[in-house]
Design a protein around this ligand. Structure first.
Ligand code: PLP
Length: 342
């Protein structure tokens, strides 16, 4: 793996970042006449641009240094900034393993970056033979590995991940949005070993905080400083920082909800396997199940008519529907509706 500087866009390497009022004086106590804020009100002050308290908590939980953490406005920001830091528009490329999360491709398109889609094999695992030709392509600056993968639900094998980390010319982003639902350990443990690794996590799924838009990137210090240079100064609002911290501090609620979701997933899986129109329920390390049915378009619409909304993934995986695990009542309603189909 090359020095990171060789793969960063030149303008970003040379960028003089904006220095905010809160950068220059970060002590909480004082008479603040520096940022043209209104002295009255509850949310009148700009939030901490580096989310120190939140990062401190995340650092303790994940066993890393706060310098290895970037907090973004959802994973969307973590992904978009990766394009802006590393990919020269119209020149560089990004690689994904399909079928996968649609945001990578859209973010690439927004940034005018060509996307290379390498199909996963029949078991939805990475096909190294198809991948190898792209690993030392200097133009391939980003490689997205979603594990557990959306919409297929499976974890990617460690063997292929490590091969890619060892041989890629560019940055490898492992999207672990669903890792807390699985028994596998996070690849965060590898960030100091692989200078080209970014591990992306989120509070939107297992932590139940989709509305607060908290995405987290774990990487070595050099990559995190690039993120800090490019992000907008106050990218995570005060309300969201506070709520994220409060949620992380209520570990009991988190783990009891997690257990319920995982139990419900097993129940839902068994119930789905008994249903006539369901041909297959794919194994899942996440909080959703991918099912293959006779005619996904028809089943999807029938469910929508009963106000049961699932995700029709027919275009990504033929005749497949992705179902999020809901509350016990919601899951029962789904099963009842599916049983009535013939
Ligand atoms: C849901 C999801 C996310 C979360 O995105 P946020 O912007 O943090 O809400 C990230 N990656 C994948 C693969 C997802 O399915």
């Amino acid at each position: 793996m090359n020095n990171i500087e060789k793969i960063v866009r030149r303008n970003i390497l040379e960028l003089q970042p904006y220095s905010s009022a809160r950068d220059e004086f970060s002590d909480r106590n004082g008479i603040f006449l520096d940022a043209n804020e209104n002295p009255f009100g509850e949310l009148n002050r700009y939030p901490d641009p580096y989310q120190k308290e939140l990062k401190q908590k995340l650092a303790e939980m994940r066993g890393v240094d706060t310098k290895n953490i970037f907090v973004g406005n959802g994973s969307d920001e973590v992904i978009d900034l990766a394009f802006r830091i590393f990919c020269n528009p119209g020149i560089d490329k990004a690689l994904t393993f399909t079928p996968t999360y649609g945001i990578y491709e859209v973010s690439a398109a927004i940034n005018n970056v060509e996307i290379v889609n390498v199909p996963l094999n029949k078991a939805f695992q990475i096909d190294l033979e198809k991948t190898k030709p792209y690993l030392n392509d200097k133009r391939v600056k980003l490689i997205f590995i979603c594990s557990p993968n959306n919409p297929t639900g499976n974890l990617m094998n460690k063997k292929e991940i490590e091969f890619i980390l060892n041989n890629a010319n560019g940055i490898v982003i492992i999207d672990e949005a669903y890792i807390d639902f699985s028994n596998e350990t996070s690849t965060i443990a590898l960030i100091n070993q692989y200078k080209n690794l970014i591990v992306s996590q989120t509070m939107s799924k297992a932590w139940g905080l989709a509305a607060a838009r908290i995405g987290i990137a774990y990487a070595n210090e050099q990559i995190i400083s690039l993120y800090n240079k490019v992000k907008s100064p106050y990218n995570v609002s005060e309300l969201n920082q506070k709520q994220a911290l409060k949620t992380l501090n209520n570990y009991d609620l988190y783990s009891s909800n997690l257990r319920t979701i995982l139990d419900e997933k097993e129940q839902l899986k068994m119930a789905l396997q008994q249903i006539n129109v369901v041909k297959k329920v794919y194994p899942s390390d996440a909080n959703f199940l991918l099912i293959e049915v006779d005619n996904s378009n028809e089943i999807y619409s029938t469910l929508v008519n009963q106000k049961i909304i699932t995700r029709n993934r027919n275009k990504q995986v033929p005749n497949c529907i992705r179902i999020s695990v809901g509350t016990p009542d919601e899951n029962r309603a789904l099963i009842t509706a599916l049983k009535e189909l013939r």
